[in-house]
Design a protein around this ligand. Structure first.
Ligand SMILES: *Cc1c(COP(=O)(O)O)cnc(C)c1O
Length: 379
């Protein structure tokens, strides 16, 4: 049973975009042990999670979080998707019409579709610009909103495939003119980079604790303008302390404690966002020298990057182990995070990596490519 407790990848350099922003801070690691027991935060619960004063959850949810998100009212959820569903369901329930739709960008995350499906909303997609940058044109929102009974618009900021940051301010202006509230899906932004909901003109925001806020998961955050609070956070008729869209309670244990424990670390790390963007751009420029080409916005504005690599793909056709060669070669060098079997298209993230680690990853790619192209020449 010993091996079960061991995570073999934990000492590797991790470039998996899903994982780079969710690494625990030291404080969160301690909180994890201290608060690990089941409903540990409920010792002094007066009836709702956000009202718990000891540990200081009340202060976090009502003071620190709204300020951090740039919103009026905030809640902690079990993840970005739970926040999206609560918002979609809440907004949708206030409309009497039958045909209801949510407009979202073509780069939207699958969990946005699924949340919409569960809320009974039809999904209208705003197209992106296609290969190679896959950018969102804000004007697309205008057309999509005109064509239907749209109750909500959603924009993914940045999207989880290309790491593109759409022009939210413009999109928000369009939505406001049409009278449609805008939800900012900031699962890859909140906790990594500075993002303020109201400054960007959005009405709702969601973030992901385990993805971008150095927390154990599942946990997330949700913010909104005051005017939507009564609707989204409406109380149960029978249990007047409990918020219906949150099913009465959300992160009722250790996950919220890791989120709070990491918060000072997260607040300070977003100040170094400029450096993170620099690192990503540097990485992209270096690997393009050997034929690993970055798609999505260029110059890039986020640590999540998508690459196309004909050269690695061609190698995989002949290499021993076929398309798994890249995974194996990286694993040998203790680099983790590109899915086994991918060679032609893959994404990675440089978030939080030290300069030497970035150099090491770049050199490793160069070494692998040159190793396999040399063998080919010799054959
Ligand atoms: C990861 C991701 C999500 C899902 O976040 P959860 O907190 O796990 O629900 C949603 N949207 C985008 C864009 C993501 O990248």
């Amino acid at each position: 049973m010993d091996g079960f407790y061991e995570r073999t990848t934990k000492d590797s350099i991790n470039i998996d975009p899903l994982q780079t922003g969710g690494k625990l801070s030291e404080a969160a690691r301690r909180a994890l042990v201290e608060w690990g027991d089941g409903y540990s935060v409920c010792d002094f619960c007066p009836g709702t999670l956000d009202q718990i004063k000891t540990p200081p959850i009340y202060n976090f949810i009502h003071e620190e979080l709204p300020e951090f998100l740039g919103c009026d009212v905030a809640r902690v959820t079990n993840g970005a998707r739970e926040g999206k569903f609560a918002i979609m369901h809440g907004v949708s329930s206030s409309y009497k019409c039958e045909k209801k739709a949510v407009v979202m960008d073509a780069n939207a995350h699958y969990s946005s579709y699924v949340a919409a499906e569960r809320a009974g909303l039809k999904v209208l997609l705003v197209p992106n610009s296609g290969y190679p940058e896959y950018k969102m044109d804000p004007e697309g929102y205008s057309e999509a909103i005109d064509s239907n009974d749209v109750v909500l618009a959603l924009v993914t900021y940045p999207d989880g495939n290309y790491g593109n940051l759409p022009d939210v301010r413009k999109i928000a202006k369009i939505c406001r003119k049409k009278g449609v509230p805008l939800l900012l899906n900031a699962a890859y932004a909140v906790g990594r980079m500075p993002v303020k909901m109201k400054e960007l003109g959005a009405d709702f925001i969601v973030g992901s604790g385990h993805k971008s806020m150095a927390s154990a998961g599942p946990v997330g955050v949700m913010g909104m303008k005051e005017e939507f609070a009564d609707l989204i956070l409406r109380k149960s008729e029978r249990h007047p302390a409990k918020e219906v869209e949150l099913l009465g309670c959300t992160a009722r244990g250790v996950t919220i404690m890791t989120l709070i424990a990491s918060f000072p670390h997260v607040k300070s790390r977003i100040k170094k966002w400029g450096k993170e963007v620099e690192k990503a751009r540097y990485f992209s420029k270096q690997v393009e020298r050997f034929g690993i080409i970055q798609l999505g916005e260029k110059p890039h504005n986020h640590d999540l990057m998508f690459f196309e690599s004909e050269i690695l793909y061609n190698i995989s056709k002949k290499a021993k182990g076929g398309r798994f060669f890249l995974y194996r070669e990286l694993k040998k060098r203790r680099i983790h995070g590109i899915k086994p079997g991918l060679t032609r298209y893959f994404k990675l993230s440089t978030y939080g990596l030290r300069k030497e680690e970035i150099e090491y990853v770049i050199n490793s790619f160069e070494e692998i490519i040159s190793k396999y192209t040399k063998t080919a020449e010799n054959n």
